[in-house]
Design a protein around this ligand. Structure first.
Ligand code: F0G
Length: 463
């Protein structure tokens, strides 16, 4: 009999130099805090949170190299050296010659939507993202979801659930005409689908289609490095390629990108709009001075630009991305082992609980995912967020709730922040809530803001 291969553990490729204390409130105190926050985890004070899995956005731990770079911030109004360092890296690492910095991702989304969209246009994309779609709609476009069907089914175990369905894309182009498509908006891994990647092969086909119909192809490259990692792991022919090379190969298909640097780049603030199209760049350079600041700082300090430039160099290191995605996988596998329903396969940045299966007795109009996120917080101080009917918002034409198939709670891992023990504590808490799930009741919305209601909406428990 062949000897079984010994599996050896691996650990994070860093050690901890600075620590930030966290504290745990009592259940009673958390119950009070949740009520005061209208059962919306976005409205909690972070001091009242024990393990914060709300988002991986701007919540990352920077390296000593990034912190050292902060001290080298050149705070000149115009032409700081940190801007040029960052521009060089955008060029080398994303392969995009033109670039403007922005204070975060949605500022770049705002500009690119205004530049490329004419009222009445359509924007097909591989599932919506909240701020992305809102900017597209506010610029006058209709967003059309062209992701493959599997993406809407939590248990569908497909390696590339972020793929675009070319038949859906072709149908839209046939219906409205290629001239009405402002651009194809491709993201990867797809945040709202559970952090699911697209394949290089799918991207190549989308690119070919776009070329044929003379449609622009743009990418939300916020977590593109995670997508490159999944391609290396799962797609034939990429296992020996470096993350940097896969990223560049992905980028070769896009005319431009927008990036929330608060994710892959492991910084606390920042955004990027980069392109190969000189005319788009010219417009972006004009716009950035109106909304963000001069084109060499875009709403950021010189030190932030330096932290971004250095984070960009670190993000493509294999050990860094392996540990990042590996930690999410560890978390997901623990929940799977307990029989707790999550989106499969485990995604790149977060584990997503399937609230429809977790709380099947709560109808979607009573906000099962919102309820579940609040219950987990009350149980242990672990903070996640709703990604379901509240996040989906209302249809701008009918004013009715959109009812997404996915009703999820996202538990997102900031990069380099938490250890395996924090994850174990989160798993135990979710298991506890799972055990008492039948006694949990839904909620009603008692305050609804006009835009992006998940951020500031308030809820009350149903009796
Ligand atoms: N695109 C994607 C895919 C995102 O995940 C985000 C932000 C943005 C754009 C907007 O970037 O926040 O810098 O303005 N996502 C955060 C999250 C908020 O928690 O997923 P931003």
């Amino acid at each position: 009999m062949a000897k079984a291969k010994k599996v050896r553990s691996w650990a994070e490729p860093f050690k901890i130099k600075v620590v930030e204390p966290i504290k745990m409130l009592t259940v009673k105190e958390r119950e009070k805090a949740a009520k005061e926050a209208g059962y919306n985890t976005f409205l909690l004070r972070s001091e009242d949170v024990y393990i914060d899995l709300l988002t991986d956005s701007g919540t990352n731990a920077m390296s000593d190299n990034q912190w050292a770079g902060m001290m080298l911030g050149d705070e000149a109004y115009a032409g700081s050296r940190n801007f040029y360092h960052l521009w060089d890296n955008v060029n080398k690492i994303y392969g995009m010659p033109y670039f403007v910095p922005t204070h975060q991702g949605r500022a770049a989304e705002h500009m690119i939507s205004k530049i490329l969209i004419k009222p009445g246009d359509y924007v097909p994309g591989n599932m919506y993202f909240t701020t992305t779609r809102l900017h597209q709609e506010m610029a006058g476009a209709t967003f059309v979801d062209v992701i493959i069907d599997e993406a809407h089914t939590p248990e569908a175990d497909h390696p590339f659930k972020g793929n675009i369905d070319l038949k859906k894309l072709a149908k839209l182009v046939k219906e409205v005409g290629a001239e009405k498509i402002a651009y194809i908006s491709m993201a990867g891994p797809v945040n709202m689908a559970g952090g699911q990647p697209f394949s290089m092969k799918n991207l190549e086909k989308v690119h070919e289609f776009a070329q044929k119909h003379k449609i622009r192809l743009w990418m939300d490259a916020t977590r593109a490095v995670e997508n490159a990692y999944f391609i290396k792991l799962r797609e034939r022919g990429y296992s020996k390629k470096s993350i940097g090379d896969i990223l560049l190969q992905m980028m070769s298909h896009f005319e431009g990108i927008w990036v929330s640097a608060k994710k892959d780049l492991m910084v606390n603030i920042g955004g990027i709009l980069a392109t190969k199209d000189e005319r788009v760049f010219e417009e972006a350079r004009n716009m950035v001075v109106v909304y963000e600041g001069l084109h060499t700082y875009g709403g950021l300090a010189g030190r932030d630009l330096e932290a971004m430039a250095r984070g960009m160099e670190e993000m493509i290191q294999f050990d860094t991305i392996k540990a990042r995605v590996g930690q999410v996988e560890y978390f997901g596998n623990k929940l799977i082992d307990l029989g707790i329903p999550i989106v499969r396969p485990v995604g790149g940045h977060a584990v997503f609980l399937d609230a429809k299966k977790f709380l099947p007795h709560i109808p979607q109009d009573e906000f099962p995912a919102q309820t579940l996120a609040a219950e987990i917080y009350i149980d242990s101080g672990v903070r996640g967020m709703e990604r379901g009917i509240v996040s989906a918002g209302r249809d701008p034409k009918t004013g009715d709730h959109r009812h997404p198939k996915l009703e999820l709670v996202r538990l997102t891992l900031p990069r380099r922040v938490y250890t395996q023990s924090h994850i174990d504590v989160a798993v135990e808490s979710i298991a506890e809530v799972w055990d008492k799930r039948k006694s949990i009741k839904g909620m009603k919305m008692i305050y609804e803001p006009k835009y992006l209601r998940f951020f500031q909406g308030r809820f009350a428990r149903l009796k």
